[in-house]
Design a protein around this ligand. Structure first.
Ligand code: MTE
Ligand code: HPA
Ligand code: MOS
Length: 796
């Protein structure tokens, strides 16, 4: 090992291609664009393969009175049919609490819930047959929105509260007070590759599963329990997903369990691939929220105390809702010191699909809450919104403790904001926009700068661990495997870069391999943005183990000191000699040196007590800020994103090309959530927006006309993460809060001083128009505005 220089400085030296810190293309980039990348549905199909379709509930809450599947069984091509009664093991795919049946037993709890599955010789035969079921229901009263659930105390897990100081007193004694109710929509993941699994029977009842999953280990465990086997009997593999975004953290288990159960029943390979509509109807999404707040603040806009009530739509089962709503409570400060506070979180049980992880994992919803509050304060006081935001930023040495009692030690927001204000010419543009709005009666512009502070680590401390497996072959090439999964985010490339850096060999020598439960066991989901933090370190540990053995071999074989052995530029320098890496490895093998090693990593420093919601849940924070400028048409509500400037902190980036892709992509996905993507359920509890015809994700034409994203330089994580990099997967999504507030700013120009537009999210043209009309009708009376009532929006 290179004893003289630290890992960070070594990133810069040497001539290997593709070490840490290099802007390398995604390892599968050429395959993505040529169609050569194999997704689960592209894998060669076994000769005996059957295709599965799922029979779903058409009602949200009911008892099944009768279930007649004879027509399904008799349909052409049908080989087998199964229901809850046929399950040999546990009828559960709930990841944390066993409250989510694979097939509904007597009770159905959402429109779209799986009741039975049919296996046939072709996809279409299975799908046609599934429609022939005759089911009669005894309807039960459904709960279809979070507020009704709160009223009826219908929760999937108990409500939680974080309290600091005396918020009531702080609010009452503040110079100013505001309160309001916010409505925030959910989001469908709209991964390009839908949910899919293929199960293959192996000898003696064992099972091999190809699953498009962020969590192969969980699929393994739940499949084993469903088919009445154990973890050792099931292997799960995933080479890549065509996008996941949190939608494949827990949801793939249902799909894989159905495929595995059908394979167990028929003895044949079985594949279940949901079509887009069924995928959107059957699988969970981002939680939509109703947020109540009351805040007290001083003349400068500084918050003295705040009370939040968060009510989220969890759907019919717990899924990951407990941790997701915890993260909401952890992020309802965003970048701000919120003083004395009471934060109440209700995890509402509704008779709708069970909601799940989505990029940000509840954090974005908490941040939406506080950003709205800070914006309201600024508008109420007639002060510049950015000035009020900065006034509330966490301090250093004082006002730097979060509501969960973690001290913010690494705050970069003053610096990031200061730089972004300059590079984006914020001040000039604010006055230009005011002038534009004076002169234009129809088109109005708006601008907003919003910060992001996002906690990195799974809040459940035990999940912050990872393993890796590394083999060096005698030709000097390397096989790397780890517990992480690839969903397009570039994790496999980044981990391979770490190995290249450690062994000082070219990236092309390293084979990146599929996630596989038989290679690395008990891995956490690739989630919480921590994939490269955890797996990068585990791979580094494995590489260092092998290097140590190789150094020892060299000292014995060449009779040199360990200090005289150095790995550099695809070679090993031993004393005065330079031995090519492949030659050196061959010699080490001949001297009977083990060239295979596992690596393990656990995040240091974190500790957190969920009973008191206090401690240090996060190893560090990732920071960023964005300025968005929009124009709206006040006659129609239509709008365009004109310009976006982003400055985002990736620490010392492992791969600036891939990380910038995450920054830009995350931002745009966030903009979709807050502007165009609208989920609607009708009064019968059916999701009515289950295809791209009615659900609008951002298209290329929705990109900002002028898009300037930059990385904060020189970034460096103050914690000892892998080469001092920072997680980047989720945080940039929340930069899109600036788009929402730019729209709000544009709308506010229609009203008078102190106007607070009651804009709901997503800010669709319809919502923008409604807010404009509310502002116009309230203008004469200078009325303090609050959001419209839930009914006016929800079932519109
Ligand atoms: N980027 C792409 N292209 N596709 C994805 O599915 N998922 C996001 C983010 N970026 C996702 C993505 C989510 S929700 C997370 S938690 C992280 O990637 C997970 O990967 P990482 O921990 O390796 O960053
Ligand atoms: N983030 C993302 N996914 C998770 C978490 C988290 O904090 N906890 C469990 N799954
Ligand atoms: Mo990401 S929501 O943590 O999978």
């Amino acid at each position: 090992m290179d004893a003289k220089s630290s890992p960070e400085t070594r990133v810069k030296v040497g001539t290997i291609s593709g070490g840490a810190g290099r802007a390398m293309p995604h390892d599968s980039g050429h395959l993505h664009v040529t169609g050569g990348a194999a997704y689960t549905d592209d894998l060669p199909e076994p000769r005996d393969l059957l295709h599965i379709a799922v029979g779903m509930s058409s009602v949200p809450h009911a008892r099944i009175v009768s279930l007649d599947l004879s027509a399904v069984r008799a349909a052409p091509g049908v080989v087998d049919v199964m229901t809850a009664d046929d399950i040999p093991g546990e009828n559960n795919c709930g990841p944390v609490i066993p409250d989510e049946p694979i097939f509904a037993p007597a009770l159905v709890q959402y429109a779209g819930q799986a009741i039975f599955a049919v296996a046939a010789t072709s996809v279409m035969a299975a799908r046609r047959a599934a429609r022939l079921a005759s089911i009669s229901y005894e309807p039960l009263e459904p709960i279809l929105d979070p507020l009704t659930a709160v009223e009826k105390e219908s929760f999937v897990v108990p409500s939680e509260t974080i309290r600091r100081g005396d918020s009531r007193k702080a609010i009452d004694s503040a110079a100013h007070r505001l309160s309001g109710r916010l409505h925030l929509g959910g989001q469908d993941h709209f991964y390009l590759e839908g949910q899919i699994a293929m199960a293959l029977p192996r000898e003696d009842g064992d099972m091999f599963i190809y699953s498009s999953t962020q969590h192969p280990g969980e699929v393994q465990h739940l499949v084993a329990a469903a088919i009445g086997k154990q973890s050792k009997d099931v292997v799960v593999e995933c080479r890549r997903m065509g996008g996941a975004f949190g939608g494949k953290e827990s949801q793939p288990a249902l799909i894989a369990c159905i495929a595995a159960l059908m394979t167990w029943k028929t003895g044949r390979s079985c594949k279940l691939r949901l079509d887009r509509d069924d995928d959107m109807i059957m699988t969970g999404k981002r939680h939509d929220f109703v947020i109540d707040y009351e805040v007290g603040f001083d003349d400068s806009g500084r918050i003295q105390g705040i009370e939040f009530m968060f009510a989220s739509r969890c759907g019919f089962s717990a899924d990951l809702s407990s941790a997701i709503n915890d993260r909401t409570m952890f992020h309802c400060d965003n970048a701000y010191y919120i003083g004395d506070c009471t934060i109440v979180s209700h995890r509402c049980k509704t008779h709708t699909v069970s909601n799940t992880a989505f990029r940000g994992f509840g954090g974005p919803q908490g941040m939406f809450g506080i950003e709205y509050v800070v914006d309201d304060i600024a508008r109420y006081l007639g002060r510049d919104a950015l000035e009020v935001r900065r006034r509330n930023y966490y301090g250093s040495g004082e006002r730097d403790v979060t509501q969960y009692l973690q001290t913010v030690e690494d705050n970069l927001l003053e610096e990031i904001t200061g730089r972004l204000v300059e590079t984006s010419e914020y001040e000039t543009r604010v006055s230009d926009i005011r002038a534009f709005n004076e002169q234009n009666p129809v088109l109005k512009r708006g601008i907003a700068l919003t910060p992001v502070k996002f906690g990195i680590s799974f809040t459940a401390t035990h999940l912050n661990q990872a393993g890796a497996l590394l083999h060096v072959y005698t030709d000097g090439t390397v096989h790397i495997n780890h517990g992480g999964t690839e969903m397009g985010q570039g994790l496999f490339t980044k981990v391979a870069q770490v190995v290249a850096e450690e062994l000082q060999i070219d990236l092309e020598r390293i084979k990146i391999t599929a996630s596989d439960t038989s290679k690395v066991p008990n891995a956490s989901a690739t989630a919480a943005s921590s994939g490269s933090d955890l797996n990068g370190k585990a791979a580094q540990a494995a590489a260092r183990k092998i290097k140590k053995r190789l150094v020892r071999f060299a000292t014995e074989y060449y009779g040199v000191d360990a200090a005289e052995v150095e790995f550099r530029d695809n070679a090993v320098r031993v004393g005065a000699q330079n031995v090519a890496f492949d030659e050196f490895v061959r010699l080490a093998w001949a001297a009977r040196t083990s060239l295979s090693a596992t690596g393990f990593y656990r995040t240091p420093k974190i500790n957190y007590d969920r009973r008191t919601f206090s401690g240090r849940p996060f190893y560090y924070f990732a920071y960023g800020a964005a300025v968005s400028e929009v124009v709206i048409d006040t006659l129609t509500g239509e709008n365009r994103l004109l310009r976006v400037d982003i400055l985002h902190d990736c620490g010392k980036s492992l791969n600036p090309a891939i990380d910038m892709g995450q920054v830009e992509g995350g931002f745009l996905q966030g903009a979709g959530w807050l502007t165009t993507e609208e989920l609607k359920w009708n009064e019968r509890g059916e999701l009515t927006t289950h295809a791209p015809s009615t659900y609008k994700i951002p298209a290329c034409s929705d990109l900002p006309v002028d898009f300037r994203a930059e990385m904060f330089e020189p970034g460096r994580n103050r914690e000892k993460t892998i080469y001092r990099s920072k997680a980047v997967g989720e945080p940039p999504l929340m930069l899109a809060l600036s788009v929402f507030h730019a729209l709000r700013d544009a709308i506010a120009s229609v009203g008078g001083e102190g106007c607070r537009p009651p804009l709901t999210a997503p800010a669709t043209p319809e919502a923008v128009l409604a807010a404009i009309e509310a502002v116009r009708s309230a203008r004469a009376s200078w009325f303090a505005l609050t959001s419209p009532s839930p009914d006016s929006k929800e079932n519109a």
